[in-house]
Design a protein around this ligand. Structure first.
Ligand code: NI
Length: 218
């Protein structure tokens, strides 16, 4: 996911090469200032190394993932941890808890990746929550105090929340709008988007369906 503020460009979990839904290739990306990585899985670290090297981007992630990316790939990193926040030149970023794994799988080995995260990005008086890969957590209830404009929530099930849990998350978080993510890329995370829409409408939850390559103005 690409976020543009008036001055900076951030990309979250840039899985482009090998992603059947990728709208652009890594080479086609405009200048990226920061790469944010929620967790160590290959479909999230994705093209982080290539992008960060090409653009001289700073990678922001958990301390473990940053240690791996800095040590193994010599990237410039800004390590953080769950619950921590920091004011960057694009705005304020807080790492939120996610229920998931975070290991890096490389050369037949699993490398410990610490805890997986979500991101709360606050810039130019707008707040966006990207849940990352996660199941439903009670901690999401704390986000109600953040007055979030848009929450990006996984709905694909199996590895992450399904539609019903995502809607429970939406009622905890009470954002102005939700955007469903992490579904229909692979068969095991198929989600019925019509079911999602009708349940949102029943519950009075504002939503927006985004297709790969779409932009959302805030
Ligand atoms: Ni994952």
């Amino acid at each position: 996911m690409l976020i543009e503020t008036s001055e900076k460009r951030l990309i979250i979990d840039p899985f482009l090469t090998g992603n059947p839904s990728a709208p652009v290739s890594a080479e086609e990306l405009p200048k990226i200032d920061y790469v944010l990585v929620t967790h160590g899985h290959g479909d999230h670290i994705g093209d982080t190394v290539e992008i960060a090297k090409k653009h001289g981007s700073t990678v922001i992630s958990t301390a473990e993932i940053c240690t791996y990316l800095e040590g193994k790939h010599e990237l410039s990193v800004h390590p953080m941890h769950i619950g921590g926040s920091f004011k960057f030149d694009f705005g304020k970023l807080k790492l939120t808890p996610a229920f998931h794994g975070s290991s890096v799988y490389e050369d037949g080995e699993i490398i410990y990746g610490g805890m997986p995260a979500g991101f709360l990005v606050e810039s130019e008086e707008k707040k966006v929550y990207h849940a990352g890969d996660t199941g439903l957590t009670v901690e999401m209830g704390l986000l109600e105090y953040e007055n979030i404009d848009v929450a990006f929530l996984p709905i694909g099930g199996n590895y992450v929340m399904d539609i019903d849990d995502a809607l429970r998350a939406a009622s905890f978080i009470a954002p102005k709008k939700i955007v469903p993510i992490h579904y229909n890329t692979w068969p095991v995370i198929d989600a019925d988007i019509d079911e999602f829409k009708s349940k949102c409408e029943e519950m009075g939850i504002e939503y927006q369906i985004m297709n790969p390559g779409d932009w959302l103005d805030l």
